[in-house]
Design a protein. Sequence first.
Length: 325
Amino acid sequence: MQRSRLGSLDVTSIGLGTAPLGGLFAPVSDADAEATFAAGWSAGIRFYDTAPLYGFGLAERRLGAFLRQQPRGSYAISTKVGRLLRAPNGAAAEDEHYKGAPRERPVFDFSYDGVMRSVEESLARLGLDRVDVLLVHDPDDHYDAAVAGAFRALQRLRSEGTVKAIGAGMNQSEMPVRFAEAVPVDCFLLAGRYTLLDQGALDALFPVCAAKNIGILLGGIYNSGILANPGAGAKFNYEDADAALIARAIELDELCRKHGTELKAAALQFCMAHPAVTVAVLGARNAGEVADNIAMSQAPVPPAFWQELRAQNLVDARAPLPGGA
């Protein structure tokens, strides 16, 4: 598998995201989670992204159980800070997004001390002595606390050599631009803001990252599913997609069919063509989805498809296309 540089880290250009293995939208069995990790490893994936939020600790525990069986120097792992998992008072209702998850629920904490506790608790769930990348997770309403507290803790951990790279993981591209100017970050995990349906990252974030040599871990490439299976009931940005977005996704799907290719292949290869993208982080909930993701990264997408995509102005004119179309 192709490899990339993320600061001092050597990483595979495709990574495995673990939100689905925390039960995102539907429960996943331990056996399916184990098979998913094994399939990714067999395919050559050596970068893994997780977070306390994903299944409220379940994804971290499952990932750690698998990675503890592998040589520690053979992979890279990222997790996140900004949420502590705490048991609620009284019964915990089933979460809207994570199914089959433990009783604990996330509590925002972007303070210095909260981040240090978060790292310690993540390592305990993972059963590992270190992680490679630490990201401040979704500080949308907590910019000041993130800069004064969370990033101060992350810079200390990086300076001590405890982690190799620091940054933020967000579903927006505007605040990471502010972080890039305020903090010496190494990378951002950007979810859903550079896809066939949304190229907002081109406005400011990607130019800033290119100027400062900041890597992009790109998640949400299928925009929560609409670019994998467009139609009624499709999700966009973790919620039900509106009719206009579904119509656009169907138009893209029809164009792919016209050229004898698949929408998922076009969506993935479009993202990976941008030089700012260091790792494409793809979620999967079973071994079949891992195999499909790998296949889509390699499937033929005819140059004529990219040319027509450009001619019909279906993507931002600034977006580089595979093959220079």
